[in-house]
Design a protein around this ligand. Sequence first.
Ligand code: NAP
Length: 319
Amino acid sequence: MIAENRKTSTQASLLDGAVVANQIKEQVKREVAQLAAESSIVPCLAAVRVGEDPASAVYVRNKIRACEEVGIRSEHHALPASTTTAELLELVRSLNSRDDVDGILTQLPLPKGVDETVVIEEIDPAKDVDGFHPINVGRLSLGRPQLVPCTPAGVIELLDYYQIEIRGVSACVVGRSQIVGRPMSQLLLQRDATVTVCHSRTPDLAGVTRQADLLIVAIGRPGMIGAAHIKPGATVVDVGMNKLTEPSEVQRLFGSAAEKRLEAVAKRGYTLIGDVNQAEALEVAGKFTAVPGGVGLLTVAMLMKNTLKAAKLRRGLNP
Ligand code: NAP
């Protein structure tokens, strides 16, 4: 498969998410300090977590740590799994009404008993730093974005940092979720790419993705996108973040590079893999984001940027 669809030159170059994420956080840190010096305003992010999902606990911890790094105040509201929709709405309303809170995020997924949609729609759109409220979704689709979902916004920052052309290129987004795929396609459209969106009902997926100069994948299927899906020389951005626990799967997907990954599985029970088969992408693509080390780090950096932006917008300051 690789041999049939191989580009002629060397391996793809890696797009380093850490470099871009650090640059964004440094910029936010400078602006937060400037805001405090000029107007004594310190932005504040309230993170709400419900239940004991270990992954959610890690995500929220990382967000709080990033706030500390850049000088944003943070609050962590950890509620028990038994919390009802009504109780969560009450907390959201109280955070909406507080002038000292600039950003509100509810870590998803919420437990089954809580109505996620109702909760998201209760967040004040001006404090919706995840960009999931229908007002912010609508603004983005009208081409007048304010608070944009962090992961796709981070992908655009990554592409810009590496001066990868967006305007006029043939871009393909695989996945149409509210969190990644849909806003990603809107952001690319806004930047004048010609955008195709694929999903689980797309026939001949590889036939479509292989046309794209810019391929962005967010499907939650470990290593599914391989050489046959990639146009030789294309830029491939892998948003996927999946845990592999089966050594046989690790061996199959990482081949000769499996040794370190197998060590990780033996040590902590899993290794992280994206939606793209890394070995095959490195052979065919021109530029590629690794997992870990690619898009994942940008999401938290963009959350910091959104919180600062919300703090400024709410006070009529130029973001
Ligand atoms: P999601 O809500 O489950 O959506 C997955 C999308 O992929 C859906 O639109 C689905 O199509 C499509 N899809 C599933 N299987 C497919 C297939 N075989 N062929 C083509 N399309 C397929 O997932 P998500 O929240 O967007 O997340 C996607 C991945 O990104 C996950 O691995 C997640 O962990 C990762 N992620 C990473 C970050 C980060 O910070 N790096 C942030 C968010 C998500 P249908 O609509 O037809 O069902």
